[in-house]
Ligand binder design. Structure first.
Ligand code: SF4
Ligand code: SF4
Length: 286
């Protein structure tokens, strides 16, 4: 035996593009996704909302209603719940293919990976909050106070996620640490095709109604295959009406793309309710 180590096998390049869909007609607003997210990402859970400024969540559970609409009548009120986190924007500018937040971060504390996931490294963040100002979805949260972990939560801290500190911006990363853990397990077994690594973010695994789906936007076998979502009449992104313009008014679509009004999110919502679809449209229809 020469004692030489066997050459390391090359790990394959990433071909996946992770994305999510959330069926709002299945969401009951139970909040299990929000609790699971905070526990997974070491964000303290508060018993109530009495200390709101200290409450840091990556996943907002928003209540949407038509009750304030013009002409809304008593007895005709509708309510839906909308889990909202970082939309994992893909950006729209071929010369600068970055999400708004990544474009402005001066220290690369946030970046976009080959798999489309927009990362956030708390320990590298200098707290300038440029990213927070640039995010069109208010998906980023600034830690004004040092997080305090109490009771059984402290004992259950996740060793795969660093605890945040005062003065850092945090946000959802599609639980990319779970993917990294699964990847490392596979590589340790000698499997070097990282595209074979599957994972599920904590919010998706915790949803009791199966409202949240996660997968590869480019894979036709995935529950979130993007080409299929684009054709689904129930599908809407938070920039829905600009998507429609692609077919109905290409010149206006191009104009808006050029002026960077389209962050190109990788989170899709599904609903058959017309009133809700209209509410989710950020841009006015032309
Ligand atoms: S756990 Fe599922 S049903 Fe409950 S709020 Fe989250 S997405 Fe909706
Ligand atoms: S939603 Fe905000 S934080 Fe998330 S990628 Fe887009 S700009 Fe960045």
């Amino acid at each position: 035996m020469s004692g030489q180590e066997a050459p390391k096998k090359k790990v394959s390049d990433m071909k996946r593009l992770w994305g999510m869909s959330i069926d709002l007609d299945k969401c009951t607003g139970c909040g299990a996704c929000q609790v699971a997210c905070s526990q997974e990402n070491n964000m303290p859970i508060f018993e109530d909302d009495s200390d709101l400024p200290k409450r840091v969540v990556f996943l907002d559970l928003m209540k949407v209603t038509n009750e304030m609409d013009k002409g809304a009548k008593f007895g005709d009120v509708k309510v839906a719940y909308l889990p909202k986190m970082c939309m994992q924007c893909a950006g729209n500018d071929p010369d600068n293919p970055y999400p708004p937040c990544v474009s402005v971060c001066p220290v690369v504390a946030t970046d976009i990976g080959d798999d489309g996931v927009v990362s956030q490294i708390w320990s590298r963040c200098i707290g300038c909050r440029y990213c927070q100002a640039s995010c069109p979805y208010e998906a980023r949260v600034f830690h004004w106070w040092k997080p305090v972990y109490e009771g059984s939560f402290k004992e259950g801290l996740n060793p795969d996620v660093s605890v945040s500190s005062r003065g850092a911006v945090v946000k959802c990363t599609f639980c990319s640490h779970i993917w990294k853990r699964e990847r490392d397990r596979m590589i340790a077994k000698g499997i070097t095709d990282i595209n074979a690594v599957q994972y599920t973010p904590s919010c998706v695994s915790s949803c009791p109604t199966g409202a949240m789906k996660f997968g590869d936007l480019k894979d036709p076998r995935s529950p979130v295959y993007e080409e299929k979502l684009r054709r689904d009449p129930r599908a809407v992104r938070l920039v829905h009406s600009i998507d429609e313009l692609r077919d109905t008014n290409p010149a206006e679509y191009d104009r808006r793309m050029k002026i960077k009004q389209f962050p190109n999110p990788k989170v899709w919502y599904l609903t058959g309710s017309e009133w809700l679809r209209k509410k989710l449209s950020v841009f006015e229809k032309s």
